[in-house]
Write a new protein. Structure first.
Length: 418
């Protein structure tokens, strides 16, 4: 559109408080034709262009026109499976803040419904919540029948690597059946967009680092890792066969930290499997001592290296992926992006930085290597940077500070002054 040809530019802000949406409608009138152009822009960045009569603006008609557009945009909702979980809850915050309407479905097998209170306290919006199991297609179908979403972010899965070795069938049943149900219903109800939670575990230990999206996927080390690989294949084949569906798989590296408000964060059940919750629980005195597995790796300080990404940065990547799909910017119907920082950090660096940032001393001991741990892993995130316009922005300091603040809040420490 050539702005020089415009005679009139009116900006109207139409806040729709119950949805937390703030939509902008621009009314433009061209000099040459007196045609009224209405540009409807919502905060997810999507815009639509409408041309009305050539009789000059009629404010009543214009009001009804705007209202109907706002309501029609409500359909651009997002179903978030596993939305009360660690990554899901932070992503729901990002989605609500970007103006999306969100429905969470979670069976609460690894999360707590009180997370919704935290989301509401941060955003001022209470997302819809349905307690349901994604393995149950009949229950899921009731949500699809209402037709309130065009996109799905599918987080729901069991994720403990060690447990998956002991209970492989439960992992295959949960992670794979849930995805098959989601895709089947997307077809049946014409829901076009899927963002899937994948993992850098699909790369195993790459020969060359950093890992790019072209790094070959290796045979999985665990049933959990295998479910991610199989799910990616199911999505790739489905998208090829069914034109109506597009999908983006985000391969996460190692998410850590919490929302800066400390109102939501990771809630591990039982003994944590991951480094950071173990670090914070040891600092809080819940665990006696932190075990660090192996100091004889072929890395600069001998400890394992990972790409630790701030949970809020990771959450923002989902909004960027969704925007790409909704705005029709995908280059292929199935795309894959690495979501990491591009920075490898060793286990000991995490421990030392955590101590420094939070002004405390951690009790740790160095033990032998743990079976199944790879030596080093970090991402090349440049494809996501270029194509999604997404960058990991938080410093390790900020992230480790937020992790400790969250742990303190869980322990009932007053952090209101911080
Ligand atoms: N956290 C990580 O380090 C990491 C890394 C890579 C990939 N991922 C993937 O990201 C996704 C989210 O991980 P997270 O760390 O937030 O885990 P999480 O356990 O905190 O969240 C998963 C949520 O899904 C729910 N859920 C599980 N099975 C369900 C089912 N059948 N029906 C409905 N809800 C179900 C759980 O109750 C939980 O709230 C998972 O798919 C996980 O495999 C996580």
């Amino acid at each position: 559109m050539v702005l020089r040809s415009l005679e009139l530019l009116v900006l109207l802000f139409c806040p729709h408080t119950s949805l937390g949406l703030a939509n902008i409608i621009m009314m433009l009138r061209t000099k040459a034709t007196c045609v009224n152009l209405f540009i409807f822009v919502n905060l997810s960045g999507k815009y639509s262009l409408y041309i009305l009569s050539n009789n000059g603006p009629n404010i009543t008609l214009f009001y009804y026109f705007c209202t109907s557009l706002i309501y029609s945009d409500m359909r651009k909702g997002v179903l978030v499976t596993g939305g009360t979980g660690y990554i899901g809850s932070h992503t729901v915050v990002e989605l609500l803040e970007a103006g999306y309407y969100v429905i969470i479905v979670d069976n609460l097998s690894n999360s707590d419904e009180s997370v919704i209170d935290g989301i509401e306290a941060i955003t001022g919006i209470r997302p819809d919540f349905v307690k349901a199991d994604c393995r149950n297609i009949e229950t899921l179908e009731k949500l699809f029948e209402k037709g309130r979403f065009d996109s799905i972010i599918h987080f729901a899965a069991a994720k403990a690597v060690g447990e998956s070795v002991e209970k492989p069938l439960e992992y295959y049943h949960n992670n794979i059946l849930s995805l098959i149900n989601i895709i089947s219903l997307m077809r049946r109800y014409n829901v076009p967009n899927l963002v899937f939670s994948s993992s850098c575990t699909v790369y195993g230990q790459p020969e060359v680092l950093p890992a790019t999206e072209q790094t070959p996927r290796l045979e999985a080390e665990s049933p959990y890792g295998n479910t991610k690989r199989i799910c990616e294949d199911i999505i790739r084949d489905s998208v090829k066969a069914y034109d109506s569906i597009s999908a983006i798989a985000l391969r996460y590296f190692n998410p850590i930290g919490a929302h800066p408000s400390a109102l939501i964060g990771e809630l591990p059940r039982g003994i944590p499997n991951n480094l950071l919750p173990y670090v914070t629980q040891t600092a809080a005195g819940i665990r006696e001592v932190l075990s660090i597995f192996g100091d004889d790796y072929n890395t600069p300080d001998g400890f394992c290296i990972r790409d630790y990404i701030d949970i809020n940065d990771l959450a923002a990547a989902h909004v960027a992926a969704l925007k790409r799909m909704i705005c029709g910017k995908m280059k292929e119907n199935f795309e894959v992006f690495n979501i990491g920082t591009g920075r490898g950090v060793s286990t000991m660096e995490i421990v030392k930085t955590f101590e420094k940032v939070n002004g405390l001393s951690l009790k740790y001991r160095i033990t032998g290597r743990r079976a199944g741990d790879i030596e080093a892993m970090w991402a090349d995130p440049s494809y996501a940077n270029e194509e999604l316009g997404w960058y990991a922005r938080k410093s390790l300091y900020e992230t480790l500070r937020s992790a400790w603040k969250w742990q303190q809040r869980l322990c009932g420490v007053d952090i209101s002054d911080e």
